[in-house]
Design a protein around this ligand. Structure first.
Ligand SMILES: O=C(O)CCC(=O)C(=O)O
Length: 511
């Protein structure tokens, strides 16, 4: 029998799924590559009956907020101060109230928090302060324990918020699934059963020919062990080292650019559902020494987009994020394949083949937008279990430092860092997926779909021309081969069709 607490958790998260289904995200290239995630460094842990570990932070602003289920099943008869304090606005959804408050400046938001208990909670909602910080201060902030205190410390340095700006008032009888769930998802630990499945093929020392035949040609993921042994980055890259060689450099972290020291200060202190993920496509140009300390693994050296020189779409990223950060479900840009090398830390991967849309994920028919759960933790809470009884279960694994994931084109994947991780990823086009990429770039809505370059509509023609110049006849050869394979496939079907009785379904071999 589920405990009351589990029942309430389940209610909160089910409610959220409905909301997230109706939210479509339009993704930029970097967002496509790094749909944001959540993290939660903690002091204490608490376990409930169903094995959920809650990371509790006494200092959480939302700590006083309770899920709506508590009003109906636990504190029956209580009056929800959420409604009494909102006056005429109480009929609006919590999400809408937050959206409206998002139009206010910091002073108005601060004043509103003093009006009553309900507005105190709403106006202290951390994502509102996060937006103010990122909009006004960009990456030039020093995280001070919460987004509100970060804002106040930057704008009004003489003003000291009590306890690093954390909420001093704990409001009783405020019930809101919307506000509670964002705190909850940021404060849940990964359950051991979400981590234990490991069904990926692992190989060590495989030849390039075998890699192509067994994995790249059939478009199957694989985890490659031992192919980073020669990288100077392994064993060398750490927080301190990166700060030493790139301390003055700003890296892209979500919508802003940040210096590493400031990013680490933020990632150490943050407890939120979708923390900023450092995902920089220009790291090698910004810090050439980093470029010299890694090498493309031998399996991925054919990279046909390189014929475009500086005009190629973004293709390589350094990725840094705390435990719990990661990338929610997406397919890689421009129909490319990718490799992802973990230098420090470890990452949990979940991958679905191109023909299987992951549960809870709703791509638009043209593929330009994807609606998915707000956070990775929410996906695990709500949807991971659904795949348990599927015949075609996802490919899953934990990729550790020194290991490389091969992500074939078109595969949906979700990644969550299990500890602070540093990784390099590159997207590439080889002969095995050249035709796919060309077809993708030629789609009528290429303007919406193509990413990583400003010249989206012309990329197809430019790329095709450059390939024809550098590798004359290659496209025709590949087309001929694809046509032969298609015919062979068709013939297989024809054989079985002719060998079976279409009415009874029985075989009609005769002797
Ligand atoms: O967060 C990660 O390391 C995964 C990145 C990823 O999925 C991608 O680059 O497409």
């Amino acid at each position: 029998m589920p405990s009351c607490k589990n029942l309430l958790l389940a209610m909160v998260l089910r409610n959220r799924r409905r909301k997230s289904k109706s939210k479509r995200q339009k993704l930029t290239h970097n967002e496509r590559k790094s749909l944001l995630s959540e993290s939660a460094p903690t002091e204490e842990e608490e376990e409930d009956g169903a094995g959920f570990k809650l990371k509790t932070r006494e200092t959480s602003r939302e700590h006083g907020v309770q899920p709506l289920g508590n009003l109906y099943f636990v504190n029956r008869g209580a009056v929800n101060v959420r409604n009494t304090g909102l006056g005429y606005l109480h009929g609006l959804t919590d999400e809408l109230v937050v959206d409206i408050l998002g139009l206010l400046d910091a002073t108005s938001l601060g004043n509103l928090a003093a009006v009553n208990k309900s507005l105190y909670i709403f106006a202290n909602h951390e994502p509102l302060w996060r937006n103010l910080v990122l909009d006004e201060l960009k990456g030039e902030f020093l995280f001070a324990g919460s987004w509100k205190s970060t804002y106040v410390a930057a704008r009004h340095p003489k003003f000291q918020l009590t306890g690093a700006g954390e909420s001093v008032l704990k409001i009783r009888d405020f019930y809101s699934d919307y506000l509670f769930q964002s705190w909850l998802c940021a404060n849940l630990e990964m359950k051991p059963e979400w981590l234990e499945r490991d069904n990926i093929v692992r190989v060590r020392g495989i030849s390039v020919e075998d890699f192509i035949a067994e994995f790249e040609e059939p478009n199957k993921p694989v985890l490659l062990e031992g192919c980073l042994d020669d990288w100077p980055a392994i064993g060398k890259w750490s927080r301190d080292y990166l700060i030493k060689v790139a301390g003055d450099v700003e890296f892209a972290a979500g919508p802003v650019d940040m210096k590493l020291e400031n990013y680490f200060r933020y990632s150490d202190g943050v407890s939120e559902e979708r923390p900023l993920y450092l995902f920089d496509p220009k790291f090698a140009e910004k810090v050439p020494v980093l470029d010299s300390e890694y090498d493309v693994p031998v399996y991925f050296r054919e990279d046909l987009f390189s014929v475009l020189g500086n005009e190629r779409p973004d293709y390589r990223w350094i990725i840094i994020g705390p435990s719990g950060s990661g990338s929610s479900f997406h397919i890689d840009p421009n129909s490319t394949s990718a490799w992802n090398a973990v230098i420090t830390g470890s990452k949990k991967w979940v991958l679905f083949p191109p023909e299987v849309v992951p549960p809870g994920v709703h791509p638009s028919p043209d593929g330009a937008e994807v609606a998915c759960p707000v956070s990775i933790m929410e996906w695990f809470m709500n949807f991971y279990g659904e795949t348990k009884n599927w015949k075609k279960r996802p490919i899953e694994c934990i990729c550790k430092a020194g290991e490389v994931m091969f992500v074939p084109n078109g595969w949906w994947h979700l990644v969550i860092n299990l500890e602070e991780s540093i990784a390099i990823t590159q997207n590439y086009v080889s002969r095995r997926n050249l035709l796919n990429v060309l077809e993708f770039l030629k789609k009528p809505n290429a303007k919406e779909l193509v990413s990583g370059t400003n010249d989206r509509e012309n990329l197809h023609d430019k790329f095709k021309k450059a390939i024809e110049g550098a590798y004359p006849g290659t496209i025709q050869e590949l087309e001929k081969k694809a046509e032969e394979e298609r015919r062979a496939e068709e013939e297989k079907v024809t054989f079985w069709d002719s060998a079976s009785d279409s009415k009874s379904g029985a075989f009609k071999f005769s002797f």
